[in-house]
Design a protein. Structure first.
Length: 128
């Protein structure tokens, strides 16, 4: 590697350490700062963060399965999940989370479903 490559890598690592340190300091104030960034983020940014966190291996596995089962025409089905993800999670969920005044997904389950047996199972599923 050239000196320029090493310099870029070192600067990147230093930047990541500084960002991590600053964010850790901000998050250490109280639980609200840790979970909700002190409620300083706009609703649309919360929605984007939540929407992007829904991209995982299960979605990729579903895409592959759809292509295997339906072939090339299955490409049209791949629009169903991203559209739901973008429209619902990114547009509405940020506002719901802000208005619900909860800190975690488990608290949201109790706020949304109450304390019945099914609600408790939903709560436990999020905790686990």
């Amino acid at each position: 590697m050239h000196m320029l490559d090493i310099t870029i890598i070192v600067l990147y690592l230093v930047l990541m350490i500084v960002v991590g340190w600053v964010v850790a300091k901000l998050a250490a104030r109280n639980p609200e700062s840790y979970f909700l960034a002190g409620k300083s983020l706009p609703w649309w940014m919360i929605g984007i963060a939540h929407g992007s966190s829904g991209v995982d291996i299960s979605g990729t596995m579903w895409f592959v399965m759809v292509l295997f089962v339906y072939g090339v025409k299955g490409v049209w089905l791949l629009w169903v999940w991203p559209l739901f993800n973008v429209i619902f999670r990114m547009m509405y969920l940020g506002t719901w989370v802000r208005r619900s005044n909860v800190l975690t997904g488990a608290e949201w389950m109790r706020t949304r479903f109450g304390h019945s047996r099914g609600a408790e199972l939903a709560y436990i599923s999020v905790v686990v």
